[in-house]
Design a protein around this ligand. Structure first.
Ligand SMILES: N[C@@H](CCC(=O)N[C@@H](CS)C(=O)NCC(=O)O)C(=O)O
Length: 219
């Protein structure tokens, strides 16, 4: 079946799915969700249970939630790069890291964005302060965890790294990773130099001005 991904290049979750697709050179059609493509918006909304993107369409079968999209791709369109280890316990470690990065890096970063956009209660200053506090805690844990590792789970690039690239990319814009966390800084730099992640982040460059807190002039 042919694959289509509905999303937007600027969206960190879209980038997470794109990185998985690029990593295995999986053929797919990208269907941009935007004002110029109402047909894609309609097709996506019809199938997205919570109105979130990205959404993967495999023929008539729709898959939401990026972690599940990546797991689905591995099951149905496996490539040379195994984004989840075959060993179930090792796969659990990757799923934990994927959750940690999503819930404690991405969600923390989003607090600053959501308060700035007025989508949740609180002032932008309060939101930014809370985001910084939570990101500091996440960076601190990651600093110890990443010691001696190339990627989040060790030597192999996994599903956790697909999310880590866009999440740490934007998190650093909200709360710049302090010098006290050299492992996290080096990991972010390695991610941004990794071809699949570099491609996804580069494709978002034309949209950076949309970042509501103002886009810092750094990658
Ligand atoms: N847990 C979801 C999160 C998806 C998500 O929040 N996507 C954002 C774009 S980055 C979105 O759809 N935002 C639109 C909205 O919340 O209205 C996943 O992993 O796919």
């Amino acid at each position: 079946m042919s694959l289509a991904l509905y999303g937007h290049p600027f969206s960190s979750y879209t980038q997470k799915a794109l990185i998985a697709l690029y990593e295995n050179a999986t053929p797919f059609e990208f269907r941009l969700i935007g004002p110029d493509t109402p047909q894609h918006v309609a097709a996506w909304l019809e199938r997205a249970p919570a109105g979130k993107f990205p959404l993967l369409l495999d023929g008539d079968h729709a898959v939401s939630e990026t972690s599940l999209i990546i797991e689905y791709l591995q099951l149905t369109h496996p490539g040379p790069v195994q984004l989840l280890p075959a060993d179930p316990l090792a796969a659990l470690d990757v799923r934990f890291l994927d959750r940690f990065l999503d819930l404690h890096v991405m969600d923390a970063m989003q607090i600053a964005v959501e308060t700035k956009l007025g989508r949740v209660p609180g002032t932008p200053e309060e939101g930014h302060a809370l985001a910084r506090q939570r990101l500091e805690r996440a960076y601190s844990w990651l600093e110890g965890h990443l010691a001696g590792k190339t990627w989040a789970n060790g030597d192999a690039f996994t599903m956790a790294d697909c999310g880590a690239a866009p999440f740490l990319f934007y998190a650093d814009w909200v709360h710049q990773i302090p010098d006290a966390y050299p492992n996290v800084r080096a990991y972010r730099a390695r991610l941004l130099a990794h071809p699949s992640a570099a491609r996804a982040v580069e494709e978002a460059r034309p949209y950076r001005h949309l970042f509501p807190l103002g886009a810092p002039d750094r990658d």
